[in-house]
Design a protein around this ligand. Structure first.
Ligand code: HEM
Length: 376
């Protein structure tokens, strides 16, 4: 993959066409990691093996088969089993918030407990140590970033080894209730992947990527801070939130760039790529493209019917976790704004993790104002 002179796509139509082209592939990390392994004389064999089982870096028939197998366990019908549990995860976070009242941080008090709640209660995965798991997920998310030092690649490999090791150990125990086992049993009955460790690597990317949901919730809370309390009243209405779920994600998804590599010379509208050349699609721009979208401002998100967008991607790599994301967002957001209509983010307090592909909040001060503080 070439990293110099990268073309960027900001047009919705061009991005759609690019993502639909069979010759535009997700970047395969194997070749790149094998080169690094040779030139730096380090052992990246485990990392290479893990990424070969991860949907984000796969192409072709194996990718297609796993995606097909995931439709049932991650579909709305199967997930309806976990609706109540998802609701309870949100309730627990809200109780903790009302008890704490002050010194609230968006990431440690809302985002992380929501993510851990879904991982433990819905997936039914019990990490060895919660703090280590959170750190390992953060490091592992860097696996998709285009340029990494050898030191970081080794850290990613260690983090994934711990996560995949814990998942494998749990899968070797008798089945318990949870999405982890629903997915495992479905994948085990197919022809790909084969061993429990390979299945664990496929499940690991699902667990890690599901972090995007709580990250997106953080962005909704930050964006809502710019709106007046009276406008935010509608965010406490479950029906309104459910109707406008796609619009929230269009404006607030934490995903910034999607990467594709041309497998042959290709021209998409005004973008020409040589074979092996990478292209970066800037998702927030495509989702606010005035040539395509009627409303491009967050405050207008309920003006008219929800519009098509690329926040969940498009083409063969489209997100398989959309219904799970929807279940949490649609259940949590109305309860959050019903209980805390005047939840704000302190201006200037938002800090971000380092990432080239996503906007991941690392901390932001949450202020819970009451009527006595003269809420807007
Ligand atoms: C609001 C929440 C979410 C957003 C905005 C989101 C966004 C995306 C996007 C844009 C892609 C396409 C990436 C590409 O084309 O390169 C993607 C893929 C993926 N997502 Fe999500 N996602 C969310 C939640 C989830 C959840 C809950 C899961 C796990 C259950 C998940 C698992 C995955 C996986 C495994 C892929 C790779 C699929 C493939 O390459 O075929 N995501 N997601």
């Amino acid at each position: 993959m070439q990293h110099t002179d990268r073309p960027y796509i900001r047009s919705y139509q061009t991005a759609q066409k690019c993502l639909a082209k069979p010759s535009m592939l997700a970047p395969s990390l194997s070749t790149y990691l094998t080169q690094v392994q040779r030139s730096a004389n380090v052992n990246l064999a485990p990392l290479i093996a893990y990424t070969e089982q991860m949907l984000s870096f796969m192409s072709g028939s194996m990718h297609k088969e796993i995606k097909k197998q995931l439709v049932a366990p991650l579909g709305s019908e199967n997930l309806s089993k976990y609706e109540k549990v998802t609701g309870n995860v949100g309730n627990k976070v809200l109780v903790a918030l009302s008890e704490k009242k002050a010194d609230i941080d968006l990431v440690t008090d809302i985002e992380e407990p929501l993510f851990l709640g879904i991982v433990q209660q819905v997936f039914g995965f019990v990490p060895g140590n919660l703090a280590t798991f959170l750190r390992d997920v953060d490091i592992s998310l860097k696996v998709a970033e285009p340029v990494q030092s050898v030191k970081t690649l080794l850290k990613i490999q260690d983090a994934l080894t711990r996560i995949i090791g814990d998942i494998t150990a749990q899968l070797n125990l008798p089945n318990k209730p949870g999405l982890l086992y629903d997915i495992y049993n479905t994948l085990r009955s197919g022809t790909q992947p084969h061993s429990t460790e390979q299945i664990a690597a496929t499940i690991a990317i699902l667990l890690i990527a599901s972090r995007t949901t709580s990250e997106t919730i953080s962005h909704i809370v930050i964006k809502n801070s710019e709106l007046s309390v009276s406008i935010r009243k509608k965010f406490s209405n479950p029906e309104w939130v459910s109707t406008h779920f796609q619009s929230f994600v269009r404006f607030c998804a934490s995903t910034e760039f999607l990467t594709r590599v041309a497998s042959a010379e290709i021209k998409v509208d005004d973008v020409t790529l040589k074979a092996d050349e990478a292209v970066f699609i800037h998702v927030p721009s495509t989702n606010r493209d005035q040539r395509h979208h009627r409303s491009c401002e967050y405050a207008q998100l309920d003006e008219g019917a929800p519009e098509r967008h690329l926040a969940f991607g498009a083409g063969v790599h489209r997100c398989p976790g959309q219904y799970l994301a929807q279940q949490l967002i649609v259940s949590f957001i109305p309860k959050l704004y019903a209980q805390f209509p005047a939840i704000f983010i302190e201006p200037g307090s938002v800090k971000f993790k380092s990432s080239l592909l996503a906007r991941r909040v690392s901390s932001a001060r949450v202020v819970l104002l009451g009527a006595e503080n003269g809420i807007r």
